[in-house]
Design a protein around this ligand. Structure first.
Ligand SMILES: NC(=O)c1ccc[n+]([C@@H]2O[C@H](COP(=O)([O-])OP(=O)(O)OC[C@H]3O[C@@H](n4cnc5c(N)ncnc54)[C@H](OP(=O)(O)O)[C@@H]3O)[C@@H](O)[C@H]2O)c1
Length: 252
């Protein structure tokens, strides 16, 4: 059977049990990819497996993985690579989003945010780069956020974690310049998933089905950086970055 575009390629996704990771897995399956799904909740991944096979995935690998355990990241990545043969795309997506003002949010939650969104993300990218160096090509995708553009009240730990994601990928993109290794940073605005369902307001929120499709379209187009959806966030992110502190202080 011939499939269009990126048919038959393979993708490794962290945080595939819910939200954007789950929806990207469905979207990649529809496009005929071989997919490796990881998250801590193995039961959710096992439940997703038949749907992906039915949607057109050419092969499905699932494994439990806590990205904050770097030894586990190395092991699970090696297992996925052995199953997939080559790994064309790695989507470092796993993330959490505790909100609370600094000095009020339990510090354990701030630490968990950094452990998952920064250390776990870096461990995933590190495993991807070792694999890509050996196979001679690859595409790293990091899921950042529009929260990376400006630290906001109650979003200190989350914003710091996403600024770290964006800066880390900027460095990696420069390191890979001119090589067959591509680096993409995707910065969603509000996409309807469990991570933001408790938020007081979710401006310009879009459904997860639309978000997953936009993310995979951007990955297949191999963009360097994009907000998701592109509008109005490409403009708003830049505006938020230059707002006076007195204006930002009124948020939330
Ligand atoms: N939705 C939005 O509006 C939005 C906006 C900007 C950025 N983002 C980013 O998009 C990414 C996905 O979020 P989402 O919206 O899809 O939220 P979600 O529905 O809550 O999904 C988060 C995913 O991350 C996984 N995860 C959390 N901690 C993990 C850990 N220690 N190890 C491995 N996996 C872990 C979860 O799986 P398990 O619990 O099974 O491990 C789950 O699959 C995050 O990085 C988030 O910051 C989302």
């Amino acid at each position: 059977m011939s499939l269009p575009g990126e048919a038959g390629k393979s993708v490794f996704i962290t945080g595939a049990s819910s939200g954007l990771g789950r929806q990207m897995a469905i979207e990649f399956a529809r496009r005929g990819y071989r997919v490796a799904l990881t998250a801590r909740r193995l039961d959710m991944l096992e439940a997703l497996r038949p749907e992906l096979q039915q949607q057109g995935a050419r092969a499905v690998f699932v494994a439990a993985l806590d990205v904050s355990d770097e030894a586990a990241v190395t092991q699970v990545f090696a297992d996925a690579r052995a199953f997939l043969g080559t790994v064309d795309i790695v989507v470092a997506n796993a993330g959490i989003g505790h909100l609370g003002r600094i000095g009020t949010l339990a510090f354990a939650k701030a630490r968990d945010t950094i452990n998952t969104n920064v250390i776990g993300f870096m461990a995933t990218v590190d495993a991807a780069m070792r694999c890509f160096a050996a196979q001679g090509f690859g595409h790293v995708v990091g899921i950042s956020s529009v929260a990376a553009f400006r630290g906001l009240p109650a979003g200190g730990a989350y914003g710091a974690s996403k600024s770290a994601v964006t800066a880390y990928l900027q460095a990696l993109r420069a390191e890979c310049h001119g090589s067959p290794i591509l680096v993409t940073t995707l910065s969603p605005g509000f996409i309807d998933t469990p991570i933001n369902r408790g938020a007081k307001s979710r401006p310009f929120v879009i459904p997860v089905e639309q978000g997953g499709k936009l993310l995979v379209d951007l990955i297949e187009r191999r963009v360097e950086c994009a907000t998701v959806p592109r509008w109005p966030w490409a403009m708003l992110a830049r505006l938020i970055a230059i707002l006076p502190t007195g204006v930002v202080a009124r948020f939330r």
